[in-house]
Design a binder for this molecule. Structure first.
Ligand code: CAA
Length: 285
């Protein structure tokens, strides 16, 4: 039987967690966000409010829908508040040890029949599932950034994912009015397997002096009709996330074509993580 999903728990109040909360509440789901501090929760609620208001002023949403969505979203730094949720989506940082620690903390709290999903952009679903108490009710539900705008969600089964779990996730994505694609459990799935090597190549292009930051981004915006240049997009995704995805591709596929560009490594080591840290290929301060 396909599980009925009426409420969504979200672990991690960063940009992806905020986006998933936003679209889930707009689709009528009750949403509970969990993060380690009340400060992060307050920031997340303000971000979601700002993004909903942006859609109202752009004519995409009525003010009533914005108010209704906000009334469905709560947040707290108490993991026990996730207990009644039907589907919990982990949207924490792209670090396997962090995700494993989260599952150890969250699983004992959840209802036995609750589904648990990860928004990982590259890690093995089967391996992450093995760190939970419910591999048959665990899978990848991978949203794209910015979640309120991007139409795609990748669905990824682990080796143990049950069909009822997969069907429930498909129904959830359809209710969000997004399109699901199915990807097999290979490093970085489909979108990032293709997108991140392109971004990494753009960074090599800068590293080797082929063009300036502006020249590379202009070339790809006007020459290939990309909405953002690859370096601007890297800053937008977060350079730490870009690096960890390249490392997963390099380690998982054992091919030198996925070697992270040394300049990307250096920027991350410097703490230049893109938009979120105020500095990346561009300066946001
Ligand atoms: N919440 C709500 N609405 C948002 C938003 C957000 N966070 N961000 C942008 N929007 C809306 C804007 O309000 C605007 O709406 P209107 O059309 O009603 O005015 C619309 O989106 C376009 O935004 P802007 O006018 O501000 O700017 P833009 O035209 O340059 O578009 C963009 C911004 C949508 C981000 C566009 O540049 C774009 O599509 N960039 C590429 C994004 C992309 O490739 N994402 C995938 C990244 S990879 C990934 O996510 C996978 C991973 O695991 C790393």
């Amino acid at each position: 039987m396909i599980p009925v999903i009426e409420s969504i728990g979200i672990v991690g109040a960063g940009q992806m967690g905020c986006g998933i909360a936003h679209v889930s509440a707009l689709a009528g789901y009750k949403v509970q966000i969990y993060d380690v501090s009340q400060d992060r929760i307050e920031t997340a609620l303000a971000t979601i409010n700002g993004n909903l208001a942006r859609q109202v002023s752009g004519g995409k949403l009525t003010d009533e829908s914005r108010t209704a969505a906000l009334s469905l979203i709560s947040g707290s730094a108490d993991v026990n508040d996730l207990a009644p949720m039907d589907l919990v989506i982990e949207a924490a940082t792209e670090d396997e040890s962090v995700k494993r620690r989260i599952y150890a903390q969250v699983c004992p709290v959840l209802k036995p029949d609750a589904m648990l999903a990860t928004n990982t952009s590259s890690l093995s679903i089967t391996r992450l599932a093995s760190a939970t108490d419910r591999p048959e009710r665990f899978m990848g539900i991978h949203f794209m950034n910015p979640v309120p705008v991007m139409k795609l969600v990748e669905l990824v089964r682990g080796i143990a994912t049950g069909e009822p779990t997969f069907s429930a996730a498909k129904q959830y994505v359809a209710k969000l009015d997004k399109t699901a694609t199915v990807a097999e459990d290979f490093p970085a799935f489909i979108v990032n397997r293709i997108l991140l090597p392109m971004i990494n190549e753009a960074i090599y292009t800068l590293y080797e002096g082929v063009g300036s930051v502006e020249a590379i981004d202009t070339a790809m915006k006007l020459g290939a009709n990309h909405p953002m240049g690859p370096l601007q997009l890297a800053d937008f995704i977060g350079l730490d996330t870009c690096l960890s995805i390249m490392q997963v591709l390099y380690d998982g596929l054992a091919d030198s074509k996925y070697r992270p560009c040394p300049l990307l490594v250096k920027y991350v080591e410097a703490g230049w993580l893109g938009r979120k840290s105020g500095r990346g290929f561009y300066d946001y301060r």
